[in-house]
Design a protein around this ligand. Structure first.
Ligand code: R5P
Length: 290
């Protein structure tokens, strides 16, 4: 297998190629003056299975088009099976018609990638597993939560309380709890479908003097974590840390979260950022090798 280094995930792709001891294929890319994208594979892929590593965090549309173009280029240049390794899968949150007249964006993306030549998808902590059923080829999501929890074990936070800011994501806190060995819980969040405004119900946990780690799949505007931190602060924990798989950190998110009393934010290199302290290379390499 050869690893195609998508422009959005060059470093992660390189780490995966090194772990698998396989060849990495560089990709030349540019944007034309009118905004259109261009890619060219700089290595041979004839009769090779390939894995294109390309996250689709902002600018999502550009990165999705680059991914489709790389898949097309791979197929056109004789590649065998084409896998897309897309740590952050854009549009996955719109996986159903919530309001009349909407699109199912996740399905539209799945069809686009299939038409371009992608035949397998590997992603990480996709927002809802059911999104994967929209793909007309094998699609799998692996979890980076144990890696995030292990980071905190190394920092001496064994038995920290693992909290999910949303009941629907309690499975993330439970997964972390298995590694941390402490307790876990969840808050109840509601998001207004029209305004996007997040409200979180107050709840009480026995965390006075104990470290708490809030685990979430995505931090986007940071609104969810800020609301959760405001509730937790009143319960006087020893410290509040935040771990997310996909640190999109839009605008002032990082600053707002720290200002809300959070001591540390960490994320993975699914989305390269100032908090990306945990690499996905080990789990993605293991999956590609299996
Ligand atoms: C939503 O259900 C996700 O799990 C995240 O909690 C959400 O995407 C975070 O968004 P934001 O940072 O904008 O509150």
């Amino acid at each position: 297998m050869k690893i195609i280094l998508g422009p959005a995930s060059t470093q992660l792709g390189q780490k995966i190629a090194e772990t698998l001891k396989t060849e990495a294929v560089n990709v030349a890319f540019k944007t034309f003056p009118d905004g259109e994208n261009y890619v060219r594979l700089e290595g041979r892929v004839q009769d090779e299975e390939v894995a294109i590593v390309q996250t689709t965090s902002p600018p999502q549309d550009t990165r999705l088009v680059q991914l489709a173009l790389m898949a097309d280029a791979a197929k056109r240049n004789g590649a065998g099976k084409v896998a897309a390794v897309v740590p952050y899968l854009a549009y996955a949150r719109q996986d159903t018609m919530f309001l009349h007249g909407e699109a199912i964006s996740a399905q539209a993306v799945a069809r686009m990638l299939s038409a371009a030549g992608v035949e397998r998808l590997l992603t990480v902590n996709v927002h809802q597993e059911k999104v994967l059923t929209h793909f007309p080829f094998p699609a799998k999501s692996v979890s980076a939560v144990p890696l995030l929890a292990e980071y905190f074990i190394k920092r001496g936070l064994k038995k920290a309380f693992a909290l999910s800011p949303d009941k629907g994501a309690i499975y993330i806190a439970e997964e972390a709890q298995k590694v941390l060995g402490g307790e876990c819980g969840y808050l109840e969040k509601n998001r207004d479908r029209h305004t996007g405004q997040v409200t979180i119900k107050r709840k009480t946990f026995d965390i006075r003097g104990h470290p708490v780690i809030i685990f979430d799949d995505i931090i986007s505007s940071g609104g969810t974590i800020v609301s959760a931190a405001n509730i937790l602060k009143e319960l006087k924990p020893q410290r509040i840390c935040v771990a997310c798989v996909h640190p999109l950190l839009i605008g002032e998110a990082e600053k707002n979260i720290l200002n809300a009393g959070v001591d540390e934010i960490i994320g993975t290199d699914s989305v390269p950022s100032s908090v990306s302290k945990v690499s996905l290379a080990p789990i993605l390499s293991r999956e590609l090798a299996s």
